[in-house]
Design a binder for this molecule. Structure first.
Ligand SMILES: NC(=O)c1ccc[n+]([C@@H]2O[C@H](COP(=O)([O-])OP(=O)(O)OC[C@H]3O[C@@H](n4cnc5c(N)ncnc54)[C@H](OP(=O)(O)O)[C@@H]3O)[C@@H](O)[C@H]2O)c1
Length: 290
């Protein structure tokens, strides 16, 4: 069986490593910290602490792989952190494992459209911030080395949903003048997409959007949660600070990935919430006064 390195065995990386392992691939996972690696010591595959931004550390690693998934995260961070983790991380991996297929998990934040239009992999990418431009630079580097890019939408899944967390903590605000489409994807569907892209004799070395079937307006998400959980609709107002994904407002298409045969298990926000996410937030949902 081919062997795979998951460089960034975090929320997405773990689910992906588990899926490849279950399919019989020998897997190795990397984290940044020794603590995270130790937390994963019960996994049926080895997980080591290796800083992909550190050329010497990566260069000193033994082993050969048929594929690498670069899904380490800068955890937000500034342009310098992006440069270190994404661009230098990708360079260090390909310097050490020359000729190995590299799949980079980028972000749909590279689409800066603000008019609610549909975007595909062919659409313009003009991110206003330096961080977004570094993601594009990393994408171009990976593609120039025959790699694959998966542009992930906002990630949610068991115990993770930024929107639900805000709703439950009472910090959600609906801004009726600036409503925008949210593009999201369940962690299990990302893992399945990454598996589909690599588990084939000649993986297509291109860009793929990884997103569910139904972009949904933010106010609709909050209204759906309010009705489902029998709580008040969040107040109207102007959110403080910069939105994480800039001021973009677009609907990201998954048609290209679907054409490869990928079928999301959680095609809509409602299905992801009902079948997977709400139950993982049971304590927070029950613990709060209505
Ligand atoms: N969050 C979103 O909605 C979103 C949207 C689009 C794309 N993405 C991208 O999706 C990918 C996966 O995100 P995620 O949510 O799974 O991230 P995550 O849960 O924060 O996990 C990140 C993993 O990367 C590891 N890591 C961080 N820096 C590293 C380094 N220098 N060397 C080696 N490993 C390192 C972390 O190790 P430690 O635990 O030791 O720190 C952790 O295992 C990332 O590339 C992220 O940018 C995220």
């Amino acid at each position: 069986m081919p062997q795979i390195l998951i460089a960034g065995c975090g929320y997405v990386g773990q689910a992906t490593a588990d899926l490849f392992h279950a399919a019989g691939w020998p897997v190795e996972g990397w984290t940044h910290s020794a603590e995270s690696a130790a937390r994963l010591s019960a996994k049926p595959y080895p997980v080591h602490a290796v800083d992909i931004a550190n050329k010497a550390q990566v260069g000193a690693r033994a082993g050969t792989f048929d594929a690498i998934i670069h899904c380490a995260s800068s955890g937000g961070g500034d342009a310098d952190a992006y440069c270190q983790i994404y661009l230098n991380g990708a360079r260090n991996l390909l310097d050490r494992f020359v000729g190995t297929k590299l799949l980079f998990t980028s972000s749909t934040s590279v689409y800066a459209q603000r008019d609610g239009s549909w975007v595909t992999e062919e659409s313009e990418t003009k991110p206003p911030r330096k961080t977004g431009r570094i993601l594009l630079q990393t994408e171009n580097f990976v593609l120039a080395h025959d790699g694959i890019v998966a542009r992930l939408a906002g990630i949610y899944g068991p115990k993770r949903s930024a929107l639900l967390t805000k709703f439950l903590s009472g910090t959600a605000i609906i801004d009726p003048e600036n409503d925008r489409f949210l593009n999201q994807i369940h962690r299990a569907d990302i893992a399945a997409a990454l598996f589909l892209l690599l588990d084939r004799p000649s993986p297509p070395r291109e860009i793929y959007n990884a997103v569910d079937d139904q972009p949904i307006l933010q106010n609709e998400c909050y209204r759906w949660l309010a009705e489902k959980l029998n709580r008040p609709v969040p107040p109207f107002g102007k959110p403080k600070g910069q939105p994480k994904r800039g001021a973009s407002n677009k609907r990201v298409s998954n048609a290209k990935l679907r054409r490869l045969g990928w079928i999301p298990r959680y095609p809509t926000f409602a299905e992801a919430m009902e079948k997977s996410i709400l139950s993982s937030f049971a304590e927070a949902i029950q613990g709060k006064p209505r």
